[in-house]
Design a protein around this ligand. Structure first.
Ligand code: UTP
Length: 474
């Protein structure tokens, strides 16, 4: 261990991390040393003071107003023509291979309580395809449509990287070219106790966890992904989370508007179901777009209404973005990116002074994460587009209840049923209007409505009104 690190440990009063040093093997010493060397020592004191010892308070700017957005349905003929232009622009961009896909899959999926990377979770209602397979099939199909091979960047964390790669290997990359699926590992942050002391998870290891999806941008730079994109002529990244199988991963209107508006970072918005729905709120302050978390938006603003009774702060964020590569390059040019940290009080197992592992029953630690949406205020130009929640957003956060495996499966069935109905296929529905057969469309063949129409025509699928048995199409 270098003198610099030893001095840093002492000057920050973090000697407890060396408590078991004398007992460690050379390999264990190397491991702990590497972790300690990776810590942001030059900012550690400030981080502890600002986020751990004190509870950070989000200042709500006085001039906060709802952010404008492009509505789902164009407001007038002029806007409709602009949307057509955007779709045409996207077609050109996509055919020229200027778009790559980016999935953030480094999270711990604590709420789902599943033993494995969340992307490996079997999510489709009939065949039980994993989230990763579902996306891979969509990527394959969109590649066919636009005559390109998309490169798919998947951000993992140290906790799930090897398991994720093994999963893809053992499934032959779900038909994608192996060299078109790029895994890159996000950074970590240490957990602190409430006095700002670094916690040990083992005698030779700090308690480290992924540094949040805000870590994506710097990780892309550090892992050489930005260089690869540049070499391949990629200008735009379609960014989505691993837990939302419905997301439109190649959304021509979104990509086209992003390009026409010369936006550096764009976002999809959903109309919130109520004032306190747990989605970040798109707001403007001093002309800059920012997301205020649901927990930070004062009730008076959350509940404020327009004269027609609609919510003023209606725009919620499902964390779907298009980001320009050159914007990420600009942000990370110096090899660092200081996004603000968000504090989370969590239960973190730690080693006590006797070297015993303690599993707390109450939150005992502070974890720090950065969020991707904090890059929005750093962009010179941004753009927001409304999407249809039923068609686009079925997050899998919990096993049951709201935003769960259950609700996600039900939404997939309904979305696929509507997709069939839009092509003219009759679907049996019960008195409550719910599709009766469990339906699953394979995205390998049907990635959008046009595909559904062509597939059903070709395979003479027109009437499912008598079906109660599960219907898998693909
Ligand atoms: P969530 O905030 O929902 O976290 O992540 P999670 O880890 O999936 O689940 P919980 O909160 O522990 O239950 C939203 C998206 O951001 C990714 C996740 O993988 C998910 O796609 N993410 C989150 C990362 O890639 N890295 C992180 O450090 C955190």
């Amino acid at each position: 261990m270098t003198n610099d690190i030893e001095n840093a440990i002492k000057s920050h009063g973090q000697e407890q991390v060396m408590k078991f040093w004398g007992e460690l093997s050379p390999e264990s010493k190397d491991k702990l040393t590497a972790q300690l060397e990776g810590l942001p020592w030059n900012r550690l004191g400030e981080l502890v003071e600002q986020y751990v010892v004190r509870r950070p308070v989000t200042d709500i700017p006085e001039d906060l107003v709802p952010a404008p957005y492009f509505p789902l349905q164009p407001a007038d003929d002029k806007m409709a023509a602009y949307y057509c232009l955007a779709r045409e622009e996207a077609e050109k961009i996509l055919r020229a291979g200027k778009v790559s896909l980016l999935t953030v899959a480094g999270g711990q999926g604590t709420r789902l309580g599943y033993d494995g990377p969340k992307g490996t979770y079997p999510i489709t209602p009939i065949t039980g395809k994993s989230l990763f397979q579902y996306f891979a099939e969509k990527i394959y199909r969109f590649g066919q449509k636009y005559g390109v091979k998309f490169t798919w960047y998947i951000m993992t964390s140290e906790l799930n990287n090897s398991q994720t790669i093994d999963f893809f290997k053992s499934n032959d990359f779900f038909g994608l070219d192996e060299d078109r699926v790029v895994f890159f590992v996000q950074g970590t942050m240490p957990a602190f106790d409430h006095d700002g002391k670094l916690l040990l998870a083992a005698k030779d290891s700090l308690a480290l966890s992924p540094d949040g999806h805000g870590g994506t941008l710097l990780a892309l730079k550090r892992c050489g992904c930005l260089d690869r994109m540049k070499r391949e002529g990629v200008e735009y990244l379609s960014y989505f989370q691993v837990d939302n199988p419905l997301v439109s991963i190649v959304n021509p209107l979104f990509i086209g508007l992003h390009a026409l508006e010369k936006s550096q970072m764009s976002a999809i918005m959903l109309a919130k179901t109520g004032p306190f729905e747990k989605l970040g709120n798109f707001c403007l302050s001093e002309g800059k777009l920012q997301i205020i978390e649901y927990s930070d938006l004062p009730d008076s603003l959350a509940e404020s209404r327009n004269p027609d009774g609609s919510l003023r702060f209606i725009a919620g964020s499902p964390a779907i973005h298009v980001i320009s590569r050159d914007f990420i390059e600009e942000l990370t040019a110096g090899g660092y990116l200081n996004l603000p940290w968000h504090r989370a009080d969590k239960k973190v197992a730690f080693l006590n002074d006797q070297g015993e592992l303690v599993t707390p029953v109450e939150p005992n630690a502070v974890k720090l994460e950065s969020f991707i949406f904090d890059a929005l205020p750093l962009a010179a130009r941004t753009m927001i587009l409304e999407a249809d929640r039923e068609e686009e957003f079925a997050p899998t956060k919990n096993k049951t209840g709201v935003d769960s495996v259950e609700s996600c499966k039900a939404m997939q069935i309904e979305r696929d049923a509507r997709r069939l109905e839009r092509t003219g296929v009759k679907v049996r529905r019960n008195a409550g209007g719910v599709a009766e057969p469990v339906i699953e469309l394979s995205p390998k063949f049907i990635a959008d409505d046009a595909d559904a129409a062509a597939y059903c025509r070709e395979h003479h699928i027109a009437d499912l009104s008598q079906n109660t048995e599960p219907v898998y199409i693909g």
